[in-house]
Design a protein around this ligand. Structure first.
Ligand SMILES: Cc1cc2nc3c(=O)[nH]c(=O)nc-3n(C[C@H](O)[C@H](O)[C@H](O)COP(=O)(O)OP(=O)(O)OC[C@H]3O[C@@H](n4cnc5c(N)ncnc54)[C@H](O)[C@@H]3O)c2cc1C
Length: 466
């Protein structure tokens, strides 16, 4: 069968949050055409495979695409996010991206959407459901939104062996549990592990029946300090100022983290263990209190193999029983992408240009693609802010973030764009401060005064780490 042919301006590989956020800016800020190809049957990327009880861990107010609000504009009045801005659930996020595609993108007449199709490279696409093929000529660029290699528990392969007779499931399947196991062993100390533990506690499981394999402990961000709403100005911008002071006045990397923790910005589940991981997960104070109820924490490195009667780990073997239920939360959402320049010839490789903000980053990159002429200038304004894995990666990430912020602040049109873009979150918060708002002005002064000293401090730490 001959391939069907398309010619468009941008070929976007992936209809996940980043591909959608990129396409949205191209459509709203230009008259260009796009073709979006994705292996899933609906837009939203990995949210298609998410566990039924997933929610965003950052406020919906700055997630999704720029042109359409995702937040309900409410403050949660119940649950573990009580008192904070609303967090969209997985089904809400899926419905949102579906609406964006069906009611905005497709009716524009400038979008071709090929779900259930695989991009093979070189403009070639094949359907997953038949032998149908397509060939696409991209007049402007091919946009690779798969570079960051996001993985989730339901679709990844664990990096440990599981013998026959062991009960194991991804956290997606927990709501299907109908028989009580002898105990639950949660495998993984990241955001999905946290969600699995909280779900079990909310669903009648005694904390002592939960065992938690945490090869590494993580620094977590207090969600209370990430609220882009004027009512939270002091908590959010005050935290930014306090963080800058903490970095500037620190005497070592450990001391810097301790100061940021003391300022109420970072938290850890177990205060007696120094975290070695940072994935950018945010958590509310009530969630943290729940997690601290788990006393059976297993810290013996990574699991190598699980057998019906034992768990073989890097640093020893633990007894088990065939009635234990292992819950796999070991997928690393942040992936392990190779860091590279974003603009490279006819390809744009979407990566983060602001700390753990993938959708903002995709939208910003699209804006730069449309408004700047040379590849050199585009890459100068879009330096990669690497996704962190180890705690010390935070140093390089924060430095890259501050350098980008500085570069952007020098360009009048970018300042305006950031102020008006809902995915930015913070620029609008600080833009309308009045002269009489002396407390807010004092916070902004603390931020300004400490920014150069903190960059210098971060660069010193980077030299130590190199
Ligand atoms: C549980 C969880 C909670 C999260 N919460 C937040 C949050 O609160 N805030 C936040 O900013 N981030 C959050 N994230 C991070 C999240 O990964 C990003 O926000 C975002 O959803 C990633 O989107 P993406 O487009 O980069 O990747 P994906 O969602 O993985 O999309 C990539 C798409 O590319 C498609 N694809 C891959 N290869 C091909 C190919 N060859 N041909 C065609 N299609 C292909 C895939 O099918 C997929 O649909 C969370 C992640 C997880 C796992």
């Amino acid at each position: 069968m001959a391939a069907e042919k398309f010619e468009v301006d941008y070929l976007i590989v992936g209809a996940g949050a980043m591909g959608m956020a990129f396409a949205d800016i191209i459509l709203s800020e230009s008259d260009k055409t796009v073709l979006i190809v994705d292996m899933h049957h609906k837009p939203g990327g990995h949210w298609n495979d998410a566990y039924p009880y997933v929610t965003l861990h950052q406020p919906s107010a700055y997630y999704g695409v720029s042109s359409k609000e995702l937040s309900k504009g409410t403050i949660d009045s119940t649950g573990l996010n009580k008192g904070l801005q609303d967090l969209a659930t997985g089904p809400e996020i899926m419905a949102y991206f579906d609406e964006v595609m069906r009611y905005q993108f497709l009716p524009s007449g400038r979008v071709t959407y090929l779900p259930m199709c695989k991009y093979e490279g070189d403009g070639k696409i094949s359907a997953l459901t038949s032998d149908k093929t397509y060939e696409v000529v991209a007049r402007e660029k091919i946009v690779d939104s798969t570079w960051l290699k996001t993985t989730v528990p339901s679709t990844h392969t664990p990096n440990f062996e599981v013998a026959d007779g062991v009960k194991m499931m991804p956290l997606n399947d927990l709501p299907k549990v109908m028989e009580q196991p002898s105990r639950y062993v949660i495998v993984g100390g990241g955001k999905t592990g946290i969600d699995a533990v909280v779900w079990l506690l909310e669903n009648h499981v005694d904390p002592d029946q939960i065992h938690w394999v945490r090869p590494r402990d993580a620094w977590l961000m207090r969600r209370e300090t990430t609220q882009p709403d004027p009512r939270f100005f002091e908590a959010t911008m005050g935290a930014q100022a306090a963080q800058m002071e903490a970095i500037a006045s620190s005497t070592s990397i450990d001391d810097m983290f301790d100061r940021i923790e003391k300022a109420g910005i970072f938290v850890r589940i177990d205060e007696s263990v120094r975290p070695t991981m940072f994935h950018g997960a945010t958590i509310s104070d009530p969630e943290l209190a729940e997690l601290r109820k788990i006393k059976n924490v297993i810290r013996k490195g990574r699991i190598q193999r699980i057998e019906p009667d034992q768990i073989i780990m890097d640093e020893g073997t633990l007894p088990s029983d065939p009635d234990t239920l292992f819950v796999d939360c070991s997928a690393c959402a942040v992936g392990n992408a190779e860091e590279t320049t974003i603009f490279a010839g006819d390809t744009i490789r979407l990566q983060t240009v602001r700390t753990v903000q993938p959708v903002f980053s995709a939208a910003f990159i699209a804006h730069i693609e449309l408004t700047r002429d040379t590849e050199e200038e585009k890459n100068r304004l879009c330096q990669v802010v690497p996704l962190p894995n180890h705690a010390t990666d935070w140093v390089r990430m924060q430095n890259a973030f501050m350098m980008n912020q500085f570069n952007w602040s020098q360009e009048k049109d970018l300042r305006k764009w950031l102020r008006e873009n809902r995915l930015d979150g913070y620029s609008e918060l600080v833009s309308g401060i009045q002269e009489h708002e002396t407390e807010k002005l004092a916070i902004m002064n603390r931020l300004r005064e400490n920014s150069v000293p903190s960059v210098m401090k971060l660069q010193g730490y980077m030299a130590e780490l190199a």
